[in-house]
Design a protein around this ligand. Structure first.
Ligand SMILES: *Cc1c(COP(=O)(O)O)cnc(C)c1O
Length: 408
């Protein structure tokens, strides 16, 4: 029997993907058809609370009215110019994003990986042009268990074998040190080091929060040794942790900031490198670019995102709801949860392996109307939209308690 031309049920749609879609993901068996706020609905009309929020690309929830309005208005006027010409949306986006982050200049890109690649190019160029590192000899120091994206250069300095195996040869010029280890960093940074590139909180690794003082230490060390501090806040930034940026928890300002995910409001891919003027000014016409980077639709949505963050409302919500999350998870310690790390509305939760893998727990939660995704082994990540209500969050925690009570 042949498959229906336009399958509409969950099973049919999943089966229809199989022969035509690359198998680089293993999604939960739910087929989402519509969404609003913190809720999504599948093709059969079942509703789920979205506790993943597109890996924090949906910090403002699905289809936030102000963001949808900005996108619609822009769709009706101008969508793409390329950077061969100016467009009337880009100046405001860059100006407001720089002001929001306390830095000076913006390089607009599209995906997170592109922002990371651009940050690496920027740091290397700075090392040669400003620091005076001999040509071809710059190195960048990164942390073990990092996640910075999926390009060849980025997986070159990953420590996750499944991200690397089969993709060599790799890009040279990176040194890997343990995360949260200032002594190791001190040893690794040398006279040819262009930058230290780290996540202020390691999201994919399981929401790993460094010790108090680590980020301050990285700032002090990079300044003293004369290299750049590049902070990848693609997942940790833009409200998630209860502050605009995770580095703000230690009042640290990096030289270069990488943003993505939520910057596109869950509508379009928008990323950016934001940097101090002296750093960004090493780039000249023809040395770097992107056809879609800084397009007017992205700039309009990005500006609307920055506008939401300028009020401080979402950062406060994340901080306040973070207390609810923390309290709920604390109550589950010893009841199926062996440990957790949380900051703001973001948590990595270690499930007792006796109760099942992270994947199995995720599937049980899905059947109870909660969408989450496992990170590593038996760790699940909770990162709902910052628009979720306290009641919805408590409901999700109750469901988690129920699933853990039944599990195993
Ligand atoms: C998601 C992510 C990236 C890569 O972003 P893409 O848009 O998937 O390319 C880079 N760094 C961090 C910290 C991320 O979470």
């Amino acid at each position: 029997m042949t498959a229906p031309a336009h399958p509409r049920t969950t099973d049919d749609l999943i089966r229809a993907e199989e022969p035509v879609l690359a198998h680089n993901y293993h999604p939960l068996p739910v087929v989402v058809a519509r969404a609003e706020g913190a809720w999504v609905e599948d093709v059969e009309g079942r509703r789920y609370l979205d506790m993943l929020a597109g890996y924090s690309a949906l910090n403002f929830g699905h289809r936030h009215p102000a963001l949808i309005r900005a996108a619609h208005d822009q769709l009706d006027r101008l969508t793409l110019t390329s950077r061969a010409f100016h467009n009337d949306r880009l100046a405001e986006f860059a100006q407001r994003l720089a002001a929001l982050t306390g830095l000076d200049m913006v390089l607009p890109m599209n995906t997170g990986a592109e922002a990371v690649e651009s940050g690496i190019k920027l740091a290397r160029k700075w090392a040669y042009d400003v620091k005076g590192v001999p040509d071809g000899q710059a190195n960048i120091v990164v942390a073990a268990d990092n996640f910075h994206g999926r390009t060849i250069t980025i997986v070159s300095f990953s420590t996750d074998e499944s991200a690397r195996a089969g993709f060599g040869p790799f890009t040279p010029g990176f040194k890997i040190v343990p995360y949260n280890d200032l002594a190791a960093l001190e040893e690794a940074v040398d006279e040819h080091t262009a930058a230290v590139l780290i996540e202020p909180i390691q999201g994919e690794a399981g929401v790993i929060i460094p010790d108090e003082g680590y980020l301050t230490g990285v700032r002090e060390l990079t300044r003293r040794k004369g290299c750049l501090f590049v902070a990848d806040e693609i997942q940790s930034g833009l409200g998630r942790t209860g502050r605009t940026l995770a580095v703000e928890h230690e009042n640290v300002v990096p030289d270069v900031l990488l943003l993505g995910k939520a910057l596109g409001g869950g509508i379009v891919p928008v990323s950016a490198v934001v940097a101090r003027r002296e750093v960004m000014e090493v780039l000249h016409p023809g040395e770097h670019g992107s056809t879609f980077g800084g397009n007017p639709l992205a700039a309009a949505v990005g500006t609307a995102v920055v506008e939401l963050l300028e009020t401080g409302e979402f950062q406060s919500r994340a901080a306040e709801l973070g207390l609810v999350l923390h309290e709920g998870l604390t109550a589950l310690l010893g009841h199926g949860v062996t440990g957790f790390r949380a900051r703001g509305l973001w948590a990595g939760v270690d499930i007792d392996p006796a109760l099942g893998t992270g994947r199995e727990i995720s599937e049980r939660l899905m059947r109870e109307g909660i969408l989450v995704k496992d990170t590593h082994g038996s760790t699940i990540r909770l990162a709902p939209p910052l628009t979720i209500t306290a009641e919805e969050l408590r409901g999700a925690l109750d469901t988690l308690a129920k699933v853990l009570g039944q599990a195993g």
